[in-house]
Design a binder for this molecule. Structure first.
Ligand SMILES: Nc1ncnc2c1ncn2[C@@H]1O[C@H](COP(=O)(O)OP(=O)(O)OP(=O)(O)O)[C@@H](O)[C@H]1O
Length: 252
């Protein structure tokens, strides 16, 4: 049976704007995330998608509303942004090991675990490289490994492939699919790519124009584990078409 990880109720967020006005970024968001679910958010620019992720990551406070956790205690979370935000004075392996060291895990053990992640993301040989010498795709692989090494119960991905070229982006979403199929942690991912959402997600949430709220959602019912070849099937094309129509209808 499906188990709830968290429940967002009536969540709104306002920012102070010019002339003493307020800018309503989010309005009355209600959302349950199931334990082990991969959910994607798609919506217009400025509709509050990043704001919602930042609230869930505890970087921002909501103006009103609640987030309740099924376990009745805070859960472990990690967030990855469009920009990898690697520490430039740390090497690849040091960046990946950092969250464990912050948790107090001895350096030698943190580096051992980071080495396993270097292998999972295919960056063997680049362990001691500096972030400025990595391609955009490599840097994002490191950022994702740095998040996943923490074994977060909730992984928040804010357009993690948005700054990459189309081919690298496709490759990265296939790699993310493979990694996620092994760990099945709960993911909430913002993306602007319909095909990425359909390949990865169990459910796609469609945001309307600001103030952001969920105007529609689509269950993606392809079997797991999913194979990237799914993208070549007629069912995949039909689903992307359906989602595109849903987005266009709701964000006119
Ligand atoms: N710290 C802030 N202070 C003031 N306004 C903010 C702040 N953060 C976001 N906003 C405003 O809130 C609205 C929602 O922004 P947000 O970045 O959440 O949208 P988004 O849907 O993620 O956009 P995009 O798809 O372009 O990344 C925007 O109008 C933005 O200018």
């Amino acid at each position: 049976m499906e188990k709830n990880l968290l429940s967002i109720q009536n969540l709104s967020k306002c920012f102070p704007a010019e002339n003493g006005n307020t800018l309503e970024a989010l309005d009355s968001i209600d959302l349950n995330l199931q334990d082990g679910e991969f959910a994607c958010i798609i919506g217009p620019s400025g509709s509050g998608k990043s704001t919602l992720l930042r609230i869930l990551a505890d970087v921002l406070e909501p103006t009103s509303g609640t987030i309740q956790y099924a376990e009745k205690k805070p859960i472990t979370k990690a967030i990855v942004f469009q920009n990898s935000n690697l520490l430039p004075w740390y090497t690849v392996i040091q960046n990946i090991a950092l969250p464990l060291q912050i948790q107090g895990i001895p350096k030698i053990m943190a580096i051992q675990q980071a080495q396993a992640w270097v292998e999972k993301i295919g960056l063997q040989g680049f362990e001691n490289e500096w972030p400025q010498n990595l391609s955009g795709g490599m840097a994002q692989r490191v950022a994702i490994a740095r998040a996943l090494i923490q074994k977060p119960q909730l992984l928040l991905l804010d357009e993690p492939f948005g700054a990459l070229d189309a081919l690298t982006r496709e490759q990265m979403s296939i790699e993310l699919l493979g990694t996620w199929e092994q760990i099945h942690t709960t993911v909430l991912m913002v993306t602007h790519s319909i095909s990425e959402a359909v390949l990865l997600a169990d459910r796609v949430l469609v945001f309307g124009h600001r103030p952001g709220c969920i105007v529609n959602s689509l269950e993606i019912q392809f079997d797991r584990p999913r194979n990237p070849d799914l993208r070549d099937t007629a069912e995949f094309t039909q689903t992307t078409k359906l989602l595109r129509e849903m987005i266009l209808t709701n964000t006119k």
